[in-house]
Design a protein around this ligand. Structure first.
Ligand code: ADP
Length: 527
């Protein structure tokens, strides 16, 4: 090549690029109308570009004339195939069948004129170009129709852009950007026809337009600004480097140019792959997070329903259980037969457990629904302790344990007596449950600003891990199942919540498994 004609090279790149893009998109989905019509559009651009190259490389006016006619044959079909593509893409082909047919007819009409002097009148030198076509009368009409189609296509897309949402909207946005790029690029060719001294500087935009459209069709689920800009930029760099290949003077330069181009292509492919991977994995994790949020919402709803159900069921259970308790106590007192007395006691204890379980469940559901209410009144704590101990006396005796409590008067505390009683029942009952033999001691202390109740036992004790974990919902110690398999692990959870609501503290200490435990309840003097 003796002189370096940048327009010829851009045309060549456009030809190769548009054909490759069109074919690629077509092969991705041969049956899809949008893919098919896009291929038609790229074929028109390819014809235009190949002829453009031939024209730029022409050495005789006749030769240039021939190529210009051939070029216009491609250009003529760009608007109609573009419109056909837009209809297909928007899924509106069926509505506009007649319009599409008519459009093809009109442009075929122009094609016939293309081979008469009414279309391209003559070839003249213009603005540094050896040969430039000049318009005949039909060409003026063609140009008007060409522009109208460009505007009409853009109008249809803009309308659809406003109508759609989400990914489709972004897709249409890219098509719109593509149409502007392509038509601005292509239209820079028409100035010289009318002696307006503007060179066809934006021809390279045509390939970018096709690239933008191809991306919009193929990657609709991955329409991401980061990917698109990377791809467009990389495309542009490769395009420039491809053209640069031909600006050589020595064969060494040619080889260097080709090597640089090939290396850049390799690098570009890697770059795009990694960006794609990144975006894909981000999209995946976003989807996953969304699913998790939905599942979480469902679970919360279910949890609420469960709490409500538990609350209703427990309320219903409480009344008959209280009745059983009363009658069992009465029957125990009346019974003279020791065997019968023993059986009745068993009923009484089992019923007591059930009452405790129902109360625990009720409290749990109240806590979870945020419905736990407190009524703080001035109370003598030692009286509550005494009453709890006398209620549990029978249990202690039954297990052959010893329970000691040195009652001393304590400062009056402002507490919820019913709730604190539940806490004490829970903790002393636990001490009884988890102490196979030995004794339980309840002591009270007055600290500077608080009262402390300590409940010690000589029972199974706890490991260090258990001491920390037992306040969690449904959490039970590791060694308990042999001693008392029927526990639920909610008693201490509730107790802890109640003590926290009193601004107090509940904690346990143990020297280890088999070495007993001490539970402490600390309540502030003024709360
Ligand atoms: P439950 O007794 O129904 O299992 P709690 O919440 O009342 O539920 O107690 C949780 C766990 O704390 C028990 O399963 C047990 O492992 C441990 N625990 C409570 N009190 C004692 C105690 N006095 N001695 C040893 N372990 C205890």
């Amino acid at each position: 090549m003796d002189t370096f004609n940048v327009y010829a090279l851009i045309a060549l790149a456009n030809a190769i690029g548009s054909f490759a893009i069109g074919l690629f998109v077509f092969l991705q989905n041969r049956k899809n109308r949008a893919h098919q019509t896009f291929f038609l559009l790229t074929l028109s651009v390819t014809i235009w570009s190949v002829a453009y190259y031939g024209w730029q490389m022409s050495n005789f006016p006749q030769e240039a004339y021939f190529w210009c006619r051939y070029l216009m044959a491609g250009a003529i079909f760009i608007p109609v195939t573009y419109l056909h593509f837009i209809f297909s893409f928007l899924g509106e082909n069926h509505k506009y069948r007649r319009q599409i047919f008519l459009s093809y007819l009109i442009f075929f009409g122009f094609l016939i004129f293309d081979f008469t002097p009414y279309f391209i009148n003559r070839i003249e030198p213009a603005l540094g170009f050896k040969y430039w076509p000049k318009p005949g009368p039909v060409f003026n009409i063609f140009l008007f129709v060409w522009l109208s189609y460009a505007f009409y296509g853009a109008y249809l897309l803009a309308k659809a852009y406003r109508r759609h949402k989400g990914a489709k909207k972004v897709q249409i946005g890219y098509l719109l950007a593509g149409i502007l790029l392509g038509y601005i690029g292509g239209s820079t060719n028409y100035f010289l026809w009318y002696n307006i001294p503007v060179a066809p500087i934006a021809n390279a935009f045509v390939i970018l337009q096709l690239l933008a459209i191809a991306l919009a069709i193929l990657r609709h689920h991955l329409l991401n600004i980061k990917i698109i800009t990377t791809e467009l930029l990389v495309g542009l760099i490769n395009f420039v480097l491809f053209i640069n290949i031909f600006s050589y003077e020595t064969s060494a330069q040619l080889i260097t140019n080709i090597a640089i181009f090939l290396l850049t292509v390799l690098f570009s492919v890697q770059l795009i792959k990694s960006v794609l991977k990144e975006v894909e994995s981000r999209e995946k994790s976003q989807k996953l997070a969304k699913k998790l949020r939905q599942a979480n919402r469902k679970l919360k709803k279910l949890d609420k329903t469960k709490s409500e159900f538990v609350s209703i069921a427990s309320h219903q259970l409480r009344t008959p259980l209280t009745a059983i308790k009363g009658y069992a106590a009465m029957l125990i007192d009346d019974s003279k037969n020791p065997e019968e007395k023993q059986a009745l006691r068993q009923i009484y204890f089992s019923n007591e457990r059930l009452i405790k379980l129902v109360n625990d469940l009720l409290n749990l559901s109240r806590i979870e629904r945020g419905k736990m209410q407190f009524h703080f009144v001035e109370t003598q704590l030692s009286d509550i302790i005494s009453s709890v101990i006398s209620e549990l006396k029978m249990l202690v005796r039954k297990k052959g344990l010893k329970l000691t409590y040195h009652k001393v008067d304590l400062p009056i505390l402002k507490i919820d007596p019913t709730k604190i009683k539940e806490v004490l029942v829970n903790i002393i009952d636990n001490a009884i449950k988890y102490t196979p033999k030995g004794k339980i001691t309840v002591k009270t202390f007055v600290d500077e600003d608080s009262v402390i109740v300590a409940i010690s036992d000589t029972g199974i004790g706890m490991s260090k891990d258990d001491v920390k974990a037992i306040y969690q919902k449904f959490q039970r110690g590791r060694a308990v199942s042999q001693v008392y398999p029927n526990g639920t692990g909610i008693g201490l959870y509730i107790a802890n919540k109640i003590i926290q609501a009193h601004n107090g503290r509940l904690w346990a200490e143990s020297d280890g498994l088999g070495r007993g435990s001490t539970f402490y309840i600390k309540l502030p003097l003024s709360s």
